[in-house]
Design a protein around this ligand. Sequence first.
Ligand code: ADP
Ligand code: MG
Length: 330
Amino acid sequence: MAANGIGDEFDLIAKYFAPLAAGAPGALGLTDDAAMVDVPAGQRLVAAVDTVVAGIHFLGDDPPGDIARKIIRVNLSDLAAMGARPLGLLLALVLPRDVTGDWMERFAAGLKADIDEFHAPLIGGDTVAGGGPLTLTLTALGTVPANQVLTRAGALAGDAIYVTGTIGDGALGLGVAKGTLKGLDQAHQNYLLGRYRRPRPRLDFGVRLLGHAHAAIDVSDGLIADLGHICTCSGVGARLAAQAVPLSDAAQAALGLGEGKLADLLTGGDDYELLFTAPPEDDTALRAMASDLAVDVTRIGSITDGGGLEVEDGDGSESRIGKGGYRHFR
Ligand code: ADP
Ligand code: MG
């Protein structure tokens, strides 16, 4: 198993992963069979897992630090959407035969940056150093107060719909990464690429949504699809004001250049912002929380008591998204 020249799985664990577990007593230095974590009294465990495969979800020659950070952030974003705080991470890795020590160093440095930033220690994992496309499976554990629930299923007719941050940057950033989105100035391209590779999980804001939001989801499939998930799970409809959806300067510049349409941004994925619904009387409290945490929050529509998902285009025209997906958007 030392065929790739960077040692066997035990060397890899000791050299690259054990230092990342230093802050977590329950990780037992990654020397035991499993991790042990205490769930504080009155809290409930929240767990999320994601797998990404080179050539499908990212390119094998993407910067190793960014590959590490993206899988952490995507999982933490799932915790954020449940109002959970991170407790620890478990990472399973299949490494290609030709992985180098330099690649491992940069990958571990990316892990460390986000483990420190988001206070989510590495508490365990599994390592297969025998070949195959680079495959990562990350499990994020978190906690939420046992008496509070934030899911996709609680939206009520009359709720206001909100989104954090800006929408569409992830899809545009993928275009920059693939080299298909050209013509934007370098600063805008860098911004979009950063949004795609290092999305920001809205953990602090997610926790603050407990007790205010009726339903929440993180925007991974695209704003329209994810609002559809809330509607389906909650048994409600929604009216979305397309022109109210917040766009970054870079996204506006891209639209200005004719690089895609608003509809592409509303259906593109990978934004990892929080989409949530709350009763209109909580508006003032939500805005105060958002300004406390320096998170932009924008109201983009209302929950209705049925009739699917309607999109107002801003000039009086309207589209309806039925079971068959998103249709007739200009
Ligand atoms: P076992 O054979 O019992 O599964 P392993 O040798 O796979 O044990 O793992 C030993 C320890 O190292 C365990 O605590 C495990 O959680 C940890 N570990 C293995 N691979 C990783 C990894 N990629 N990241 C973090 N911890 C890991
Ligand atoms: Mg194992």
